[in-house]
Design a protein around this ligand. Sequence first.
Ligand code: SF4
Length: 365
Amino acid sequence: MTIDRMDLAAKLYQPGVFPVVAGVANGERSAGPLVVDLDPTTFCDLACPECISGKLLNQGRFSPERLAALAGELVELGVKAVILIGGGEPLAHRGTKRVIATLGAAGVAVGVVTNGTMIDHNLDELSAYASWVRVSVDAATPGTFRLVRPDRRGGSAFDRVIGNMRKLAEVKTGALGYSFLVIVRGGPDGTVEGNHGEILAAAELARDIGCDFFEVKALFDDAHHLIALRPEILREVSGQIEAARLLARDGFEVINSSTMDSIQRRDGPVQPKEYHRCGVTELRTLVTPSGVYVCPYHRGNPAARLGDAVTEPLPELWRRSDRGIVDPSRDCRFHCARHTSNLELHEIAAGRGRPVLENDLDLFL
Ligand code: SF4
């Protein structure tokens, strides 16, 4: 039996997490998060103009000692899965290898979201312990990579990234993903530049590298509202995604993020929510050098900050923090990938939940 990696609501019914999920659905606080997004550092070697964390970059990191201690605290809290991510490039921190090894050896599932430039320095740990590594590539050629993901001197690291992905594909035990954020820039004179013409070529390259999945994503503005595509560009993007889907076979998947699904449905930038408490904040959290926040959408938002993991051990911080500080009906009117999870928690509370699955399949809730 398998579970769709994008079906976040279905993941709530796995036996390893359902008792906590059911408690949270019924208004209980959790004893610890089940899934943690962890930013080891805010440093990044690239300077992507559309980076959603652009204003938060290069503002500090966990010391190697604190990062190592945090990994132990995540194990102590009973966390099931950790995603190493940023605000910053997670593999740029020299302590990240040790975190991956500590978590992996303790049986915690590890996922890594990376720009790919430093995979080669972390190859042993990634191949041994990562359940998945998703590389943000957003291009199929060096020139387009330079346009959307320039390094800090304006150069293109495309060949290095693709070379690193090929190295990992040879030794990996988990999944390798190629992520493609569709970026379209319009000039005031009507000119358009972007990467939207390379979706199919990128999917072909992903399959050639030996990736397990190719994910197409849509762009947000600084307030996390989805940016719609002009009708003619949306048609071109949809046509390329459809063509890319024909490449799916032998374990290679082509998937849309929930944001790209929304763009294709022309949902509009706002996703209204009628509930006032986000149950997902009891199940997942975000740990960064600048603070612990209720979720990645609120990274750097002082009103959604639960505490400081630089100075306070995570188990204590979790015991005393109030995850109800965010009201989704007011504070999360943008598209949230975990809206369906919150709706499912309401179904469980109302006694309309689904049967619990027989096995744990994918604990990245
Ligand atoms: S509803 Fe709001 S607080 Fe909850 S996960 Fe989504 S953005 Fe974060």
